[in-house]
Design a protein around this ligand. Structure first.
Ligand SMILES: Cc1cc2nc3c(=O)[nH]c(=O)nc-3n(C[C@H](O)[C@H](O)[C@H](O)COP(=O)(O)O)c2cc1C
Length: 181
C-alpha cells in the first residue's frame, strides 16, 4: 500500500507536523511532498495538510486540490489543518476552518479530518503578516468581550503527541481497511 502526503507551509512549521504524522504510519510506504513537487498519483491514498491564514486554508492548497481532483477521486483521503486557534480556548473555530477545507472535497472519499495546533511566533513573521495579525486581533477584541488578545501566548504549540495520534488513527484505518466500509 502506497500513500502520498501533500502539504504547504508559509513559515515551515507544518513540515514537522507531517513528519510526526507519517512516523506512525507503518502500513506500506508513505512519502511527504511539498505541493509544488510533481504529483505522484499512482498511490492508494492521500493525506493533505495546510496551515490556516486569516481564517482560511492556504489558497495554494485549495488550488492544488482542484487541479488534481481527478487523481483524488475514489481514493481514501485524510485531511488536516494546523492553526494557532487549535491551541487556545477558541479551538471551536477550527471546525469552520476544517469545513472550508472539506468543502473542496465534496463527493470525495474523506476518511478522517483533523485540526492540529501550529506554531506562531510573532517576531519571526514578516512585518506585513504582523500587521495583518494585529488587525485581526483588534477585530476579535472588538467583537467579543471575552476575547483578550493580550492574554494570548503566541509560540510553538505544535504537539508531537497529537500529531502522532492522528498518524496512528490513519494507520489503523489502513490496517483494518475500514475505508472500504
Ligand atoms: C498572518 C497570519 C495569519 C494567521 N491567521 C490565523 C487564523 O486566522 N487563525 C488561526 O488559527 N491561525 C492563524 N495563523 C497561525 C498559523 O495557522 C500557524 O502559525 C501555522 O502553524 C503556520 O504554519 P507554517 O509555519 O507551516 O506556515 C496565522 C498566522 C499568520 C502569520
Amino acid at each position: 500500500m502506497k500513500g502520498m502526503l501533500y502539504y504547504d507551509s508559509k513559515y515551515g512549521s507544518t513540515k514537522q507536523v507531517c513528519q510526526w504524522i507519517v512516523s506512525e504510519i507503518t502500513i506500506g510506504q508513505i512519502t511527504i511532498n511539498h505541493i509544488t513537487e510533481r504529483m505522484k498519483h499512482n498511490v492508494d491514498y492521500f493525506i493533505i495538510g495546510t496551515p490556516i491564514f486569516i481564517g482560511k486554508p492556504m489558497a495554494s492548497v485549495i488550488d492544488f486540490c482542484h487541479a488534481n481532483k481527478h487523481y483524488f477521486k475514489d481514493k481514501p483521503l485524510f485531511l488536516f489543518i494546523t492553526s494557532w486557534a487549535e491551541s487556545t480556548i477558541y479551538r471551536d473555530e477550527c471546525k469552520k476552518f476544517l469545513d472550508m477545507l472539506k468543502f473542496h472535497f465534496k463527493g470525495h472519499h474523506l476518511i478522517l479530518v483533523e485540526s492540529l495546533p501550529g506554531k506562531l511566533v510573532m517576531d519571526k513573521i514578516t512585518r506585513k503578516d504582523r500587521k495583518i495579525m494585529e488587525r485581526l486581533l483588534r477585530r476579535l477584541d472588538n467583537m467579543s468581550n471575552e476575547f483578550q488578545s493580550e492574554s494570548i501566548l503566541f509560540n510553538d504549540q505544535r504537539s508531537e503527541k497529537l500529531s502522532r495520534n492522528f498518524g496512528r488513527r490513519i494507520n489503523e484505518v489502513l490496517r483494518d481497511k475500514s475505508y472500504l466500509f
